[in-house]
Design a protein around this ligand. Structure first.
Ligand code: PTJ
Length: 248
């Protein structure tokens, strides 16, 4: 669809269009369109911009990924449709592995996602070879099947738009979990180590930029980060925006 540049909601409509294209080309599942709608409503509440708390979480996430021994970027349908270039760039900067891992499992969709990432410059995509699959303990969803050379042996995993059960299972399995989730109330947001409450399409660009700068710095040290406190800040941003609207 042709979206006029002057349309007041052009940016949001363009993102929606990426998802629809992703659906038509077999990357995104129907449920992914609904998940995006939920994300949009929270994006509206945060003012459709990267807030201070999101930037803080992005900085800590960048440092955590740069300092990680075996970082892995977990990719699902929505993430692949929205940010293929950023996923590949981030993986190159951090020397991170990329693994396709789906909630609504489909071999065909896995291959379509791997292809789009390869078109954007990725060399190796994990999660496709059944011979290297392993199971995350204490998890029933299809997402329990991971690659032995990827998520299974990672120390830090970036898992945007994630399912709450797997976040908890990954944590119990000793992984540090970083996520993007526009809903600060979701189980994933609440249980991850670092939650970036921002639209992944905006936040990933900033994460790539900051990470690139960090890799040039020496003597980096992990800093303390209170995820619950930062999530409370995100909720306050929404509350204050609503209050302003109510009194306008
Ligand atoms: O491709 P698959 O099979 O792995 O499935 C992917 C989806 C997203 C369908 C699946 O993981 C799912 O059902 O996710 P949920 O449980 O709906 O959670 C998605 C979360 O991401 C929700 O809390 C949304 O608010 C949030 N979200 C949606 N779009 C964005 C987002 N967060 C950041 N940026 C977005 N663009």
């Amino acid at each position: 669809m042709l979206i006029p540049k002057s349309h007041p909601r052009a940016a949001s409509l363009h993102i929606r269009e990426k998802l629809v294209q992703g659906y038509r080309s077999g990357l995104v599942v129907e449920e992914g369109l609904m998940a995006h709608g939920r994300g949009e409503s929270f994006d509206y509440l945060i003012g459709e911009k990267t807030s201070k708390n999101a930037l803080k979480a992005i900085k800590v996430a960048a440092k955590t990924l740069v300092l990680a021994k075996s970082p892995v970027i977990s990719v699902n349908g929505n993430f692949a449709a929205l940010c293929p270039k950023e996923i590949v760039n981030l993986a190159k900067i951090m020397n991170a592995k990329i693994e396709v891992n789906l909630f609504y499992i489909s071999e065909k969709r896995k291959r379509a996602i791997a292809n789009i990432l390869k078109k954007n410059g990725a060399k190796e995509i994990l999660g496709l070879d059944p011979r290297s699959s392993r199971r995350i303990p204490k998890l029933d969803s299809t997402r329990r099947v991971v690659d032995k050379n990827g998520i299974f042996s990672a120390d830090v995993v970036l898992v945007p738009l994630e399912d709450g059960d797997r976040t908890l299972a990954l944590k119990k399995f000793g992984k540090k979990v970083i996520t993007f989730d526009l809903n600060p109330l979701s189980r994933t947001a609440q249980s991850a180590d670092i939650t970036i409450v921002d639209n992944v399409i905006r936040g990933m660009r900033i994460l790539v930029d900051i990470s690139e700068k960090l890799t040039k710095k020496k003597n980096l040290r992990q800093e303390r980060f209170d995820n619950k406190k930062n999530l409370a800040e995100a909720i306050l941003v929404m509350k204050n925006n609503l209050r302003r609207k109510a009194h306008a």
